[in-house]
Structures are given as structure tokens and as C-alpha cells.
Design a protein. Sequence first.
Length: 462
Amino acid sequence: MRSSKQVGQVSSCFSKAFQRVPRSMISSVTSVEGQDPLAGPQDKEHVEVFVFEVSMEIKEEDGRGGFSAVPKDRSYFKLRVNLEKQLCITVQQVSENDGDLEVERCFGVLVSPGRNVKHSDMQLLEMVSMGSGTGDKQCYVISGQLDPTDPEFESLNIETPREGRLYITVAVDLVIRGIQEPVRFLVETPVKVFPQNERFWYFSRRPLIQQFTLHLKEIPSNDITEVHYEVVSIETSGELDRNRMNLTLNLASLIRSPSITSVDIETLTPKEEDVSDGDEPLLSGTGEVSKDCSEGELESWAEVLARWTSTKQRPRKLSSLVLAGIPEALRGEVWRRLAGCDSDTHLMDTYRILISKDSVCENVIQRDINRTFPAHDFFKEAGGVGQDSLYHISKAYAVYDSEVGYCQGLSFLAATLLLHMPEEQAFCVLVKLMYDYGLRDLYKDGFENLYMRLYQLNRLME
């Protein structure tokens, strides 16, 4: 049972472990208005600046034994009552320093309804998992379980009035190699709570992203093999707008942009000369889809989905509705059901194993990702959430299907799925499309079947 007493015990452990009360445990330091957060405090001693990025998404149980990300409006997460929740937090250093700071472990994730809350009011979550993630830069991933029936979280389990808004405060306490005290990153974000059966027709999976600037002062140490720091201050300017990334990421994105025709792509991947497809990275469109849908269509779909769920059989009206077009907000759910993988937990578990394995196609995949829907907000940022997810799926499939591996064009199929569902579910649908719907044959034997289909299409159109 979580309680304030447990939080006190954790704080006590911090003090004993590090022989001092950590400065970051006392308060969360926010940048002063008008002050450059990178300027740092005025101190005669040398202070080094490190920037960390914290991304957070909230997941709710989906009724099929798993958890799915909740929708996020531009300013708040949309929660539902009486559903178990998981908070998934990723921490990554994004600044370029002489040396990276490695997160060794997480002491815990603490949560409280409201903002500007006292440390004693925060509740320690039950940890689900923690450990280093995959990617070009080292990151640390933490998941904690939130029980909505816990009395301390009562306000997060009551429907929010129509014009109302409430906040949730989340703190993650980390032990970072080389820093003598724990570091706390504190996030405050608005949420709204809806009825349990609420259906969100327009679905955005954007995680909350916030950057923290650590000002660290080097301290003397007997260990000459490693630099040791103490925390001078921790600053943040609040949630980061992915459309206004810092200059470094923008430049990295421009280098990979297909509109920059003067850049020689082969110089970016010199080792890929022997496997290059010889294609220029042409602009592939935005990937945007229409969200227009009448109220009558939504009512018809609601009726069909309810019958589909209760009978476990495809309703008769389904075919005509699909032919008329599946509403954008429902495509993820309908596609998974049509593919027969809406409850395939085994394949999802397989995916989590596959993304940890190496593939001989990794460099080719990375090259293709930069030219897949480059104008779409979700995929246009180098190192962004969209490109990372696309890389994971493409690599996992290459390992899963060693005969086909990775072929150019697969990234567009995976990207289309990612626009409508989380990456584990997108991988499951991709596998079903390739094996059960015959798309896999198009990529085999030097694309012979693909050429045949294109020839047939051409003759039919004559």
C-alpha cells in the first residue's frame, strides 16, 4: 500500500546513501522569466551544462490484457475513470558534451494530483520495469503502475467538469553516474478525466516532452579515471513543442531533408555503397489523412464495433462501411481486428525481444527512414519519436523474416500503421499483412511478383 510514510522512507534512504539531503529532492528549480537557461548561475567556479530530455506517456488497460497510450490534446492527457494506468518515462541526454552522463538506476517514480505539491504529498508508484533502452544515444526507460482506486489518487478517478482541468505532478528520481547526489526531474501536466466508456474519435499519441538543464560543478576526487560533479541547479522551461526544436536537431533534420538536393546522401552513409538502391530520396508526401466523418457514420460504426465485440464475428454491415471508408480515429482498431491480431500478445512479446537484436540491414533502414513521409510532423524530426518507432519496427521485421529482411518501401507500410496505433500493435499488423495477405511475395525473388502485378495493372488500365 502506497503511503506518505513510504515516501519518507525513500527520502531517508537517499540521505543515508549519499550522506546529504539532495538539492534536487528539496525543490524543482524552474528558469526565471527572461533568463537564458543555458547561461547558468553566476559562479566563479567552472560550471558545466548538461541537457536531458524527459518524455512521458500515460497508458491505460485496454481490456485485452495490455496497455495502450491515452490520447493527448495539445495541452492535456485524456484519462478515463476506473482503468489501471501506467506511466512510461524515458530519460535521455541530448546535449553534446565531452562525456555522457549515464543513468545507473531509478530510485522511484512519485505522483500526486495537483501542481506545486509538497514532497510529502507524493505517492510512490509500484515499478513495472526500468532499464536502458535502445537507440543511437543511451536512454533510460521507466514504467510505474498507478491504481486509480487508491484513495490518494481519488481526484484522478473522478470525471472532470466540462470546462474544468486538473493537474498531475510526476517526479522521477535518478542515480546518475558521476553525480554524488540523486537527481530529480519533476513534470507537471494538465489532465482531464472522462467516463470509462468514452470514445475519443480524434486520437493523438504525442508524448509529453520536457527538457531539463543541469548545471554541474566539478568536484575534487581521488578517482582519476572519472569526473565527479555536484548539482548547482536544475532548470526547465516546461513542456517542449516538438515543432520548435533546438538548432542542433533542426540542422540534423535539414541535412536529411529530401529538399536539400545539394547534399550527397552517399557521403552520409559511406559504408552502404555496396547495398545502395541508387534512388534519390524523393519527397514522399505528408502522410496526412482526412478526418472528415459525419455523425451518422460514427453511429453506424459504434453499432458495428459493439456487435463485433460481443459476438466475436464480423457483422454484415462491416463490408459496406469499410468500402465507404474507415474513420481516421477508428482505423487502428478496425485494422487490427480485420488482420486478426487485436489480442495477439505472443506476437507483441516477440516484438519486444526482436528490437533488442542486431540486424545486418540497420544502416539501410536508417537511410530509408529519413525519406519516409519527411513532411509529416510525426516523422520529420531526426531522432524524434516517429523515426525511432519506425526504425524499431523495420529492424524487428528484418530479424523476424530473414528471407525477405528489409526491402525499400517497407518503411512506408510500417509508417502508415504507426500513424494509427502503438509500435507493438503496428508490428503485429505488419506481420499479418506480409504473411496472411500475400504482400510478402511482392518483396521476394527480385520483385518478380511485383513486376507481374504492375504489368497486370497496366494492361487492365489500357
